[in-house]
Design a protein around this ligand. Structure first.
Ligand code: TRP
Length: 359
């Protein structure tokens, strides 16, 4: 069975874009077809200015929403990144394989760093090294496939390069992963800025449908979506991005095709109304399940604890293998309870095994 790994960053409230573009696919497809891990990547939320209490709150909320979206801990592993030390352990080794130039070429880094500098702010070093930590997330689990949006394709490509380079230099250690992009046009755009993605960390609040928005708020946001000049409802992504976005959202929620759906509408108003209803319906079960889970925080905590244990058990041997391969000494055995044998030779199966492994 294929190993699948993906992660979601707790930098904002999760959106309709996260759901249609990722979570729904994870729940409906990936967890059934693969040995899948889904991770709230909280360490990644620290690469830009952050409020500790907010990160904690958003991490717990993201984990709860993953379960509310239908991830089933009997089928997949749901956990929080910082609960498993292997990510940070492996990240350092990969920093010793990646180059400075490679990091500075990352598109997302260039954009985010430029934006930060424009604001007169400083850029955290972790923003530069972030793709290495992401590579560690992926490689620690011998991941075959990484379902991500296309904005993450370059980072997965880096993970591949690092895996190949490490294997060539130090012997076969890592599975070389590949990105799998979401099949349908599940790229939801901001309702007020249809040229940019509906991202959770963005500032265009009125154009973002949050998963926990009340139904009347969802309706209002969809009804106020920016449409294009013109009257007829046609599906034209480049020429009519606002209408195309609504048609794609409607299609994603109802299982239709944007092009075919466009024929059924004579006005933008009707399209918006149906889209609003479809979004509210699509989110209804998720909201209901979220409420149940919030009433039972002990359950979520237990899922995350067991998830972290399972994840650790998978990552540990891979990362230990990388430590050996790159030239680090194996961990020292606990001193034996009885005095060492006279010759000072190590005793016990553990000691012998670790010496052998060191050769
Ligand atoms: N960088 C990803 C994002 O911003 C989140 C992420 C972190 C991730 N580690 C990952 C995704 C590992 C897939 C696999 O969306």
């Amino acid at each position: 069975m294929k190993r699948v790994f993906s992660g979601i960053k707790p930098t904002g409230h999760l959106t309709l874009g996260n759901y249609l573009g990722a979570l729904r696919q994870w729940a409906e497809v990936d967890q059934h077809r693969a040995d899948a891990l889904f991770c709230v990547v909280d360490l990644h939320a620290l690469t830009v200015e952050h409020d500790p209490a907010r990160v904690r709150r958003l991490s717990r909320q993201a984990a709860t929403l993953l379960l509310a979206a239908g991830l089933d801990p009997r089928l997949c592993t749901v956990f929080v990144q910082s609960h498993v030390d292997e990510h940070a352990r492996l990240s350092y080794l990969l920093e010793c394989v990646a180059t400075d130039g490679e990091m500075r070429r990352m598109i997302q880094y260039k954009e985010k760093a430029a934006r930060e500098r424009e604001r007169g702010g400083s850029v955290r070093l972790s923003l530069l090294t972030y793709p290495v930590l992401m590579a560690a997330d992926i490689l620690a689990y011998a991941t075959d496939e990484v379902p991500v949006g296309d904005d993450q394709a370059q980072h997965v490509e880096l993970a591949r390069d690092l895996a190949v380079r490490f294997n060539q230099r130090y012997g076969h250690t890592f599975v070389v992963p590949k990105a799998t992009l979401p099949p349908v046009a599940a790229r939801v755009m901001n309702l007020q800025e249809p040229a940019s993605k509906m991202g959770k960390s963005d500032d265009f609040g009125p154009g973002i449908v949050y998963l926990l928005d009340e139904p009347d708020v969802v309706r209002k946001k969809v009804m106020r979506a920016v449409t294009d000049s013109g009257q007829e409802v046609v599906y034209d992504r480049a020429g009519r991005p606002g209408v195309a976005n609504l048609l794609e959202i409607l299609a994603a929620c109802t299982g239709g095709e944007p092009e075919a759906l466009s024929a059924g509408y004579a006005s933008y108003g009707e399209l918006k109304k149906d889209t609003a209803d479809a979004v509210v319906e699509a989110l209804r079960p998720l909201r209901a399940r979220h409420q149940e889970l919030c009433a039972d925080p002990g359950y979520v905590e237990r899922v995350l604890r067991e998830g972290a244990e399972k994840a650790r058990a998978m990552a540990r041997p891979v990362v230990d293998g990388a430590y050996r391969a790159i030239g680090l000494l194996p961990p020292l055995e606990e001193p034996a309870a009885e005095p060492m044998a006279a010759a000072g030779a190590p005793t016990g199966p553990g000691a012998v095994a670790s010496l052998n492994a060191a050769r």
